[in-house]
Every structure is written in structure tokens, then in C-alpha cells.
Design a protein around this ligand. Sequence first.
Ligand code: ZN
Length: 188
Amino acid sequence: MGFAEKLVQTMSVRKIIKMGHPTLRQKAKPLQKRDLTKVRFKNLLSDMVDTLRDYGGVGLAAPQINEGIRVVIIEIRDANLRYGVQELFPLTVFVNPEIELIDSQTEGFWEGCLSIPGMRGYVERPQNISVSYINELGEGDTLELHGFPATVLQHELDHLDGVLYVDRMKDLRSLSFEDEWARYLKKN
Ligand code: ZN
């Protein structure tokens, strides 16, 4: 096994930076297609998947592990269902994603963020979107997302522009600690 292959297999859980870290307020840079074939990118992707699963989230943007590039991953697994998530979503890699709204229908969800641990806030977002992106193989792709996955992708895409869900809240009075949220606000 060569050195490069060994690197690909060296996966690790990275530290997720929290609100207050300047990287979370910066605009991330697009990747070039040629960057996607590099071992460094493959390692970053492995780290992002390991980190997302270890922290038990449904989405992760590269800036959350202090990498200022436009890469987002989303995965909704059985393990996430305890958070009240209804739909599963296979692991998907979005490089340089661009969103278009299909219509103006919005819905609110109690969002959380691995960079704002232990809190929830109510955010309304468009529910029918189309996303154009480059996948992990370097191929251009588009996907339509509806409902919760559409909300998750918009939340993650905001991270690429230095925006956090608290910026999207119409009323900061709904910002809650998770235990109080689960007790008083969560709909069962
Ligand atoms: Zn987040």
C-alpha cells in the first residue's frame, strides 16, 4: 500500500468549531474540479463523514471544521430519527452548491447546529428547492429537495456564506436550550 492510500484510510473525527470562531462568519471559497482528485480532498471528505456521524448530526459544512471551502455533506440515518426527523437521506456530498427556489412555500423547523451545541431555534425556510453542485467524483449534478432535507441543505449552505441559523430567526425569543425545548416546545 502506498503512502497516498494509507492517508485515504486514515479517517478521523475533527473538532467542530463553535459560534464565536471567526471562520464561521467568513465566506468560504469554491473548489476547482481538479482539487477533487487530490488526496487532501478525499481525506477531508472522510474526516467530514466521520465527524458528522460521531457528533450525530444530519449535515456538516467544511467551515465547521475550520476549512474555508464550499463543501457540504448531508446524511439522515436511522440514528437521527430520535430527533423527530421523518425522512431518511443518503450520504450526499455537495461541492460548490447553488440553490434555486422552485416556489415560495415556506415551513418552520426547530433547527439545531453542531456549532451552537445544546440549543434550538425556530426558523422558516423555503421547502421546495433545486440544488446544482459537483459531486465527490467531480461530476456536475442537480437534485430537488423538499421538506426537512431542503431545510437542512439551506442551513448548511448558509455556513458557506458565514450565516448561522440564529441570523434567520424571525423571533429570538424561541431560542431555547435543548432540555427545555424537549420539555415545553417540541411537538411529539
Ligand atoms: Zn449548522
